[in-house]
Design a protein around this ligand. Sequence first.
Ligand code: AHM
Ligand code: MG
Length: 340
Amino acid sequence: MTEQFNVQTLNQFIIQRQSEYPGAKGELSRLLHHIGIAAKIINRAVNKAGLVDILGEQGDQNVQGEDQQKLDVFADSHFINALKASGECCAVASEENENIILFEDEMGRNGKYVFCMDPLDGSSNIDVNVSIGSIFSIYERISPRGEVAKIEDFLQEGTKQVAAGYIIYGSSTMLVYTTGNGVNGFTLDPSIGEFCLSHPNIKTPKSGTIYSINEGNYINFHSGVKKYIKFCQEKDAKSKRPYTSRYIGSLVADFHRNLLKGGIFIYPQTNKNSNGKLRLLYECNPIAFIAEQAGGKATDGKQRILKIAPEAIHQRVPFYTGSTNMMKKAEEFLDFFDNI
Ligand code: AHM
Ligand code: MG
């Protein structure tokens, strides 16, 4: 068998990128390195989920009133430990914690970045061996270094993200991230325990044939979304319709597939939930940053996700993201039918 000598690991890639910025002091690189470590620890636990007593419900509910799974708690605490150990992070906002977590010791107070995360996305899929993920978003704090971080450090619009990414625990484990200079994907090679560059400079197709939405909520959708779903299902050979419906129920997995293949993901507002379900800070903003960096789009149906001014750390927003041409078409339906 021919040995491959051109493998680039995540850490090599991070260091190479850092050297392209002469003034960079390595702070973001160190933070990203520690995220890679947390990802490997969580991956190990996810892979053992059916084997050890880590599977099942923790018995508590998180701030959204949902049952917490043991792995949610595990992922949350391992990310927090890794962020603390990096010395570059001053505070964390997590789906699993009602309030922000402040690193108040000297090293934490001096940290340059705040970190938003959904430590285990799609957690209802854990018990049934379906792909799940972790999502993260990094901002430079606006409060002075040396002080304890403030809530305002987190309430910055998505355009201010310095990095964002996700880890997908699927048929293989991948880490995909951007620092605003394209999107790169790394696949975990279990034989060497390293994330290796497998998907350099990801670009999403301009058009696709996949639509992803929980159609069980159809009756509660607004008419623009209903009409768009019908459009996806109509026959039109020229535009390759009917499209294929694919919905896993794990945002990371649904988005990742559509990113690579071309498609649209929608979690809209409904008659029951005017802001949809997904959270702006640690689900929609990081995914939107990646979508745009890959040449796609992300909106709340009206405006760019990345331009929304956050008001609260657990804020929800309607979410539409995917291939540019599909997004444009969906927006036409929303504009027309939701305004008559
Ligand atoms: P979670 O963070 O509690 O796991 O919830 C978020 C998940 C997303 O991954 C997914 O897109 C969505 O919830 C699915 O929701 P639904 O079951 O309502 O379709
Ligand atoms: Mg979750």
